[in-house]
Design a protein around this ligand. Structure first.
Ligand SMILES: C[S@@+](CC[C@H](N)C(=O)[O-])C[C@H]1O[C@@H](n2cnc3c(N)ncnc32)[C@H](O)[C@@H]1O
Length: 351
């Protein structure tokens, strides 16, 4: 099995290195959060990361000075390589903002094919601000989600219902005080000769429909008190609020930036957990080639995925190491790690 890798240097070199060393088609998930073409530098002062791009003080963590077409072409060169590295079931997420994001989207459609565009996710990043400027307050950025093919890895994410919605969605209360609702035991579509077309307590599903599960499982649900019978003998499945996994996750996410970031523009770890759980399997390889403080890599490791991180900033590599080192055992038992000199762009191959 291939090891985790932390590569220090320009990601164009790093991605070419991966392609030349057996990673073509091996990576199931790529998340990147490149610079947003803000035109400034992001710094760290006395251990505190700045959140604005034009800070004059502190040590420069990374520069974000490319703009317009130059920025788009810088990204395009890397995306062409990323696409090659992705597996046939691979997914790609790119974090960007409302100023440059729409230009990036047009370029991504060219690289991945518009038919592989899945979502433009709104990420609510902060509380409302009261800056005095013409225009509405900006509390969101966006994540563009593509897949390599029509058959990506996909573990449907669920989101717990908001407390104020529970009473509406689960209007009934049982003798023990548990809130519940009921849904039909059958679903549209006929399955001929299948288990879900057999009689349950002498009853067949209505014409053009099939039981949600086989007759034996229906018997078990009834035995477990999970079927409610109406006065005219119509069975319905009971769904308890406290046992519900929640609803389908939608494309507006609230994952605010960490209040005390260790690195400029560090992203929310729970957001990376969601992306990783949804679009990769255990043991999948997850790549972040603008890894910054290693948020993606740490989330990949926590979720039993392998990872590859690339960044050209010394501060980023150091912060990543510190972040992952608090999971020291997992890091060092999975691989033996040699941190090679950082400059000029040297590939720190974990061998
Ligand atoms: C927005 S930050 C990533 C923050 C990260 N998502 C986190 O949670 O900490 C962008 C990173 O891309 C890196 N970067 C920019 N251009 C690069 C390049 N050509 N090669 C490698 N890394 C690059 C910067 O050094 C910076 O750390």
């Amino acid at each position: 099995m291939k090891k985790n890798l932390l590569i220090s240097g320009d990601n164009l070199d790093g991605l070419n290195y991966l392609l030349a060393n057996g990673w073509k088609g091996e990576i199931d998930l790529v998340y990147i959060d490149p610079p947003f073409a803000t035109g400034g530098n992001f710094t760290i002062t006395n251990g505190r990361a700045t959140t604005i791009s034009n800070s004059k003080n502190g040590e420069v963590a990374y520069a974000d000075t490319r703009k317009g077409g130059e920025f788009i072409e810088f990204l395009r060169a890397r995306l062409m390589l990323i696409r090659e590295l992705l597996s046939e079931r691979g997914s790609f997420y790119l974090h960007t903002d409302y100023k440059i994001g729409h230009y990036v989207k047009v370029m991504l459609d060219e690289v991945f094919g518009i038919e592989n565009f899945r979502n433009d996710i709104t990420r609510v990043k902060c509380n409302p601000k009261n800056f005095e400027r013409v225009g509405f307050g900006n509390i969101k950025d966006l994540i563009l989600f593509y897949t390599k093919t029509a058959h990506p890895i996909w573990h449907e994410p669920r989101q717990k219902y908001a407390p104020e919605k529970i009473a509406t969605l689960f209007p009934k209360i049982d003798a023990q005080g548990r809130r519940y609702t009921t849904v039909p035991l059958h679903a549209p579509g006929e399955t001929k000769n299948g288990k879900s077309n057999q009689p349950f307590k002498g009853m067949l599903p209505p014409v053009g429909r099939h039981w949600r599960t086989g007759a034996a499982a229906l018997e078990q649900w009834d035995h477990d008190g999970l079927i409610e019978w109406s006065s005219n003998g119509n069975p319905r499945k009971i769904i308890y609020a406290d046992a519900s996994e929640g609803g389908r996750r939608q494309d507006i996410w609230e994952f605010k930036d960490p209040p005390y970031p260790q690195y400029p523009t560090e992203k929310n770890a729970a957001m990376l957990d969601l992306i990783i759980k949804t679009s990769s399997n255990e043991n999948s390889v997850v790549l972040d080639c603008f890894c910054g403080s290693g948020t993606t890599l740490k989330a990949a490791q926590n979720n039993g995925r392998r990872w590859i991180g690339i960044d050209q900033s010394d501060l980023a590599i150091k912060t990543t190491m510190a972040k992952i080192a608090d999971n020291y055992d997992a890091l060092f038992t999975e691989r033996s790690y040699t941190f090679l000199p950082l400059r000029p762009a040297v590939i720190a191959d974990a061998k």
